[in-house]
Ligand binder design. Structure first.
Ligand code: ADE
Length: 249
């Protein structure tokens, strides 16, 4: 999958992209990330990419010319792939959106800076707008990295374990079950016995119940759209009447 990143801060991406899983995915040709400095498409002496807003008010606005020139010279007219603007006004990025994007062969991510971007960029260049949450960052670079990271780990072969992304929190609409590793007892806190039993049917059942319990206690809103079996529903109905501290949560 190819990502084209358009940014005014090209230097911030490389350290994270060189981290283990993303670096490995790139070396294995599963992803290719091309970083484009929007400033390279300015033709004035001072390489200006922003200007004051028409109508007055504070802050600066990203100018349309360098952004159109950058995207169109890399991706053609009209652009050959989706152009996603990172903005707190976009649709919320979720695991489902990550899954949707991971099926595409090519994506362009446009990182806004300053207080805003000229509306003509949004209307005539951008094809989708994504927010990573209801808070405002100083630019779209961290959101773009979050998207590349979440999408890459869904590409088959990107994680060492072929089933790696299957049990993730949110993958099935539920939060993930808790994990334990050696030692079996640490500071008198023992690993739940069932995990040492070797009984995989029981282990799977315990994990499913823990997933349901965590989701019920922490993110009950997720249960409405999760895929639940009859026995999941029975379990939830039963624990819902117990106090929050009960169960092996
Ligand atoms: N740019 C600034 N804040 C953002 C957010 N929450 N999501 C995406 N892009 C942003």
């Amino acid at each position: 999958m190819r990502f084209d990143l358009f940014t005014l801060l090209p230097e911030v991406f490389q350290p994270y992209l060189s981290s283990s899983i993303l670096q490995r995915a790139a070396s294995n040709n599963l992803i290719e990330v091309r970083i484009h400095d929007i400033r390279a498409w300015t033709y004035d002496k001072h390489h200006i990419t922003d200007d004051a807003p028409y109508g007055g008010g504070g802050g600066m606005v990203m100018k349309p010319e360098p952004v159109f020139a950058a995207v169109e010279s890399v991706l053609g007219v009209p652009p050959s792939c989706q152009v996603i603007l990172m903005t707190p006004q976009g649709r919320t990025f979720t695991q489902k959106v990550a899954q949707e994007l991971s099926n595409l062969p090519h994506l362009a991510l446009l990182c806004g800076r300053y207080e805003g971007i000229d509306e003509r960029i949004r209307r005539h260049l951008v094809t989708d707008e994504i927010s990573i949450g209801d808070y405002v960052l100083t630019g779209g670079e961290l959101p773009a990295l979050a998207i590349i990271d979440a999408v890459t780990r869904l590409i088959p072969g990107a994680l060492g374990d072929p089933d790696g992304a299957q049990d993730d929190s949110h993958a099935s609409g539920l939060l993930e079950y808790p994990h334990y590793t050696r030692p079996p007892v640490f500071r008198e806190w023992a690993v739940p016995e069932v995990l040492l039993s070797g009984n995989h049917a029981q282990i799977n059942r315990w994990r499913r119940e823990q997933s349901l319990l965590h989701t019920l206690r922490r993110r009950p809103d997720l249960l409405a759209s999760a895929e639940l079996s009859a026995s999941d529903r029975k379990f939830l109905a039963q624990v819902d009447h117990e106090p929050a501290s009960s169960g092996s949560e």
